[in-house]
Design a protein around this ligand. Structure first.
Ligand code: SF4
Length: 339
């Protein structure tokens, strides 16, 4: 890795959205003690997809899910993720028994120069690094494979892919660093089923419901029985039926125009200049309109509200080096794809 400050798409994206958040994460290297649940589910599915596309061994993928969520017997959240991940990957394996692409690389990291578009000189301060989910080949042309887990997929969702700055940027860097011309991006979308395992009802809840039914009944009687908790097997069967429905898996191919690369280079350079200015003046201003952007508080809300109190840092945050996502997992020799 370079001695220049390593940056990633995530960092620049955060810098664009709120400079203060970028400072908390990438300058002060702070992260909240509790990791965000939806991010960890997405990471697990990414790991599963990598394993699946390397060996196409569903048993191995399911075993990885079992081991990753080993606390599921006592943790409701892990249990729900375990059901969903198993059903999603089982459905994925039967939806794509064969692929119309050849895998070239999986989870490939890169690091490249950030270049001043006016002079073509590389930045002396920054480089850009990242990791692509995959590079695949279809009929002699190369595409980035980008996995997405989505809560729902509709026309709006697909429309928004057009503005996916990250993947376009990655395509540009893959071309620069590996010399592979990227024709487009294959979005591999997996939809999260919204089903929940029924908990059944307690004796007391049943009695309330029963009394209500009797009160409404003309005969003064009811044949209602207590709803029992749904078994794991029944819930898995319900999830499997859901994942057999159309629309739970989708592949969308977008083609890249070379003009997009020029815009990206210009935008990225501009961001580096603004970052240098913030760092020089030690001013990373807050964008308070971003604090609840995802309908929940920003992970640094407690810090901003307390004006960076050391007490809050000590109790709710930990120091973690930036760009952990770039660490490459060791790949066993027999895991390397054949092409
Ligand atoms: S809480 Fe608001 S101002 Fe503070 S870092 Fe987060 S988005 Fe920025």
């Amino acid at each position: 890795m370079s001695e220049r400050f390593v940056t990633t798409y995530s960092m620049w994206s955060l810098f664009r959205n709120c400079r203060k958040a970028c400072e908390w994460r990438y300058v002060n290297e702070l992260v909240p003690l509790k990791s965000e649940h939806c991010l960890s589910f997405g990471s697990l599915i990414h790991e599963c997809l990598e394993k699946w596309h390397r060996k196409r061994d569903l048993a191995m993928v399911l075993d990885h899910i079992d081991r990753s969520l080993s606390g599921r017997s006592s943790d409701e959240c892990q249990k729900a993720d375990w059901h969903l991940a198993r059903a999603m990957m089982t459905g994925y394996a039967s939806t794509y028994p064969v692929e119309d692409f050849d895998v070239v690389f999986l989870e490939k990291t890169f690091e490249g120069k950030i270049v001043n578009p006016a002079t073509d000189s590389p930045s002396r301060s920054f480089v850009l690094a990242g990791k692509v989910d995959g590079i695949v080949c279809v009929n002699g042309k190369f595409y980035l494979l980008e996995h997405k887990t989505a809560s729902q997929m509709d026309g709006d969702y697909l429309e928004k892919l057009w503005g996916d700055f990250q993947v376009c940027l990655y395509a540009y860097y893959v071309e620069q660093v590996f010399g592979i011309r990227i024709a487009g991006i294959i979005y591999n979308i997996l939809v999260k089923a919204r089903l929940q395992q029924s908990k059944g009802e307690t004796e007391a809840e049943f009695e309330v419901r029963r009394a209500d039914l009797i009160a409404k009944s003309k005969t003064g009687r009811t044949s209602a029985t207590r709803k029992m908790p749904e078994s794991d097997a029944d819930f898995q069967a319900r999830l499997a039926a859901k994942y057999a429905e159309p629309g739970m898996f989708h592949r969308e191919t977008l083609y890249i125009s070379r003009d997009q690369f020029d815009t990206l280079r210009t935008d990225l350079w501009e961001l580096t200049q603004q970052f240098l200015d913030c760092r020089r003046r030690r001013v990373f201003y807050q964008n308070t309109s971003y604090c609840f952007f995802y309908h929940r508080p920003c992970p640094y809300f407690a810090l901003c509200r307390s004006n960076g109190s050391s007490n809050v840092i000590e109790n709710f945050y930990e120091h973690k080096a930036a760009h952990e996502e770039l660490r490459e997992e060791p790949v066993e020799v027999e895991d390397i794809p054949v092409f």
